[in-house]
Design a protein around this ligand. Structure first.
Ligand code: VGL
Ligand code: ZN
Length: 202
């Protein structure tokens, strides 16, 4: 059973948003076109309280993109983004969401960041998504969205470890840093995650 997991296609990650992913808007028509090929379509939203620990504005003397240590791990400090209930946290207005059977939200705990749709960055709490997908009968899991090198990457690594047969749809994803994404792609392929294009989906 084939599920499409659409990661964080939200206004703040689109050009003109507060944390824009270059060409992020270009994936929206691609994602709209493929949804009918899936048995189940799920969306995620990065969904932070405004006092979230990942925002540089919540750390005195720090600037956007500084890296600090939180819970003994490096944490990039981001511009304020995807604040709960704001326009920036809404899905891109052109993204078709009618087929979404569920929306999973992450990054809601102000004390820890959560790039993966499955677990927070400390792997302390689960969102329940793996159990949900398994109960629904998902075997093949296709991921796309923003940003390819951050939330899509961390989500697909967790999904793979949960035992799903994982596919990353490259033309339906865009990275914040393309050089970093090329490195991560090698790592994902070596693990057994498949890189595909939307045209090859049956
Ligand atoms: C993301 C940085 C911070 C993402 C979320 O969705 O890739 N990136 N929060
Ligand atoms: Zn975030």
């Amino acid at each position: 059973m084939k599920t499409l997991l659409i990661i964080d296609v939200q206004n703040d990650f689109i050009p003109n948003g507060s944390l824009p992913v270059p060409n992020g808007n270009q994936i929206v028509p691609v994602i709209n076109k493929i949804q009918d090929k899936f048995d189940l379509v799920i969306g995620t939203q990065d969904w932070h309280p405004k006092d979230h620990i990942s925002f540089a504005s919540n750390h005195e003397g720090k600037s956007n993109f500084d890296v600090i240590e939180i819970h003994k791990k490096p944490q990039t400090l981001w511009p304020n983004h995807c604040v709960q209930g704001t326009k920036g946290a809404e899905f891109h207005p052109d993204l078709k969401t009618k087929k979404f059977e569920a929306i999973f939200r992450k990054g809601t705990d102000k004390t820890i960041d959560s790039y993966s749709a499955f677990y927070d960055n400390g792997h302390l709490k689960s969102t329940g998504l793996a159990g949900y997908l398994k109960e629904k009968g998902t075997t093949e899991l296709y991921l796309c969205g923003l940003a390819a090198d951050i939330c899509v990457y961390f989500s697909i690594m967790d999904a793979f470890k949960e035992g799903f047969d994982c596919f990353l749809i490259e033309d339906a994803s865009k990275a914040l840093d393309n050089i970093e994404f090329e490195k991560l792609k090698k790592e994902m392929i070596a693990m057994g995650i498949k890189m595909i294009t939307s045209a090859s989906i049956q």
